[in-house]
Design a protein around this ligand. Structure first.
Ligand code: AMO
Length: 426
């Protein structure tokens, strides 16, 4: 029931209400019984508030959901310089169990599996919730930039009839008796929608049945995708990547300032022009000769870019065609390389993108060259049969972004409910 006379005030808003009688709602974060006084620390979506309680209220268990009415009183010793005094405490619901560890201690005394197993409650710890606030702000920033550049947001099916990313494994499922797959990316749909809207983006789940047990792979992750028409080549796409990433950093600073401070996050500077290196040149520097970058190569290049350009971001352009999907546009003067790129952030691949083929006959040729039948791609190929402009796009892995930003040692720390080789619950 909402009390008709007192309006709910959030913990972070208390300093603006000194002397007023107000209502706070939240969870009992911490109970501190001192000799002469008991403090209840209440947690709500904005932060923490101190309440000076009566003696009997000292035995309410932590995580009890409370509605507290009282007077906002200045106290320089209290957090934020205010506390609630003379409270009336109403219990809205009590916990049936204690959390696996104390949620009020500044550090988290638990291993990753304990945190993930108990996610519905462990994520209440402010330090464990903070990365997800940063993720949310990042997505808001991504949307704001692309909306501003005339992109239309789309939602596309996550159950599809053919694989979209050659090389990545698919999850097969039964769709009313027909074979189907969980979408590995919105690649085909976003390209098709260039034919309708010219510029589209999507933020949503994608699925990779990769049996990788690493700190940077998930079987389901969040892909921030964009695709735009009428590009000259991949460089136009890279300019949009740069704008999107800069907007994400800005939005994190503006919308998740408390989380940034709590985690001591060092926000990166996104250079006006992100430095770039050609794949062939990168291989020369690395003294290697391989068709793709290994994680150690990415780390090395990340450090190199920091040394050479003072940049935490580096575009690697021109990956060999044989390691890129069939829709990739070749580099016109060196067709063994491609008009594609990866963006490395702090030594890890964050974005993949590039220019695509756009002529129908080029698709038929590319599939034939790879020994693939056009049949499973019939629906995809229709876009090209009806005229498509030169276009390109990219996808950014949200969980990797947040992990790199917050210094998390494992992508699972930036995923609410990770899905991987071993984990299907909670
Ligand atoms: P790609 O397969 O390289 O490209 O994926 C794009 C970005 O998604 C992230 N990523 C992952 N994150 C977590 N777990 C995984 N298993 C995982 N796999 C990939 C990475 C990666 O850079 N269709 C193309 C994009 C495009 O060209 O538009 C694609 O999906 O951050």
């Amino acid at each position: 029931m909402i009390h008709p006379t007192t309006a709910r005030v959030l913990a972070a808003e208390l300093p603006g209400h000194i002397g007023e009688s107000i209502e706070l709602c939240g969870w009992l974060h911490r109970r501190r019984a001192l000799k002469s006084v008991t403090f209840l620390v209440l947690r709500d979506r904005s932060g923490l508030a101190q309440v000076v309680a009566a003696e009997g209220e000292a035995d309410i268990p932590e995580e009890t959901v409370l509605r507290i009415r009282g007077t906002v009183t200045a106290n320089p010793q209290a957090p934020n310089g205010v506390e609630l005094t003379g409270p009336t405490v109403e219990l809205l619901s009590g916990p049936a169990e204690a959390p696996p560890f104390s949620l009020y201690r500044p550090t988290v005394p638990a291993t990753l599996p304990v945190i993930l197993d108990g996610a519905p409650v462990t994520l209440r710890h402010p330090r464990l919730a903070a990365p997800h606030r940063i993720s949310a702000a990042s997505v808001a920033g991504f949307r704001a930039v692309l909306d501003g550049l005339g992109f239309t947001e789309v939602q596309t099916p996550k159950v599809v009839s053919s694989a979209t990313e050659s090389g990545a494994e698919v999850f097969a499922l039964d769709w009313f008796g027909r074979p189907a797959y969980l979408a590995q990316s919105p690649q085909f749909f976003k390209q098709a929608m260039v034919g309708v809207f010219e510029r589209v983006y999507e933020t949503g789940p994608v699925f990779r049945a990769e049996p990788h047990d690493t700190t940077r792979h998930l079987a389901q992750y969040t892909s921030l995708d964009a695709e735009l028409g009428f590009v000259t080549d991949h460089r136009d796409v890279m300019a949009v990547v740069r704008a999107a990433v800069a907007g994400m950093v800005e939005a994190v600073a503006a919308r998740a300032a408390a989380a940034v401070e709590l985690l001591d996050v060092e926000l990166p500077v996104v250079p006006a022009e992100i430095p770039q290196i050609h794949f062939a040149e990168a291989m020369r520097l690395l003294g290697a000769d391989e068709p793709d970058l290994a994680p150690a190569h990415e780390r090395w290049l990340g450090e190199w870019a920091l040394r050479e350009y003072g940049s935490e971001f580096l575009f690697v352009v021109g990956y060999p065609m044989r390691k890129r999907p069939f829709y990739t546009h070749p580099e016109p003067s060196r067709p063994e390389y491609s008009n594609s790129f990866d963006l490395l952030f702090r030594g890890l691949e964050l974005v993949t993108g590039g220019q695509r083929l756009h002529r129908y006959e080029d698709y038929l040729g590319a599939l034939a060259a790879r020994g693939e039948s056009p049949e499973p791609y019939a629906a995809y190929l229709r876009s090209f049969a009806h005229g498509m402009p030169p276009h390109g796009g990219f996808a950014l892995g949200l969980e990797r972004w947040t992990a790199r930003l917050t210094g998390a040692d494992n992508i699972r720390r930036t995923t609410l409910f990770p899905r991987d080789l071993h984990r299907l619950t909670p």
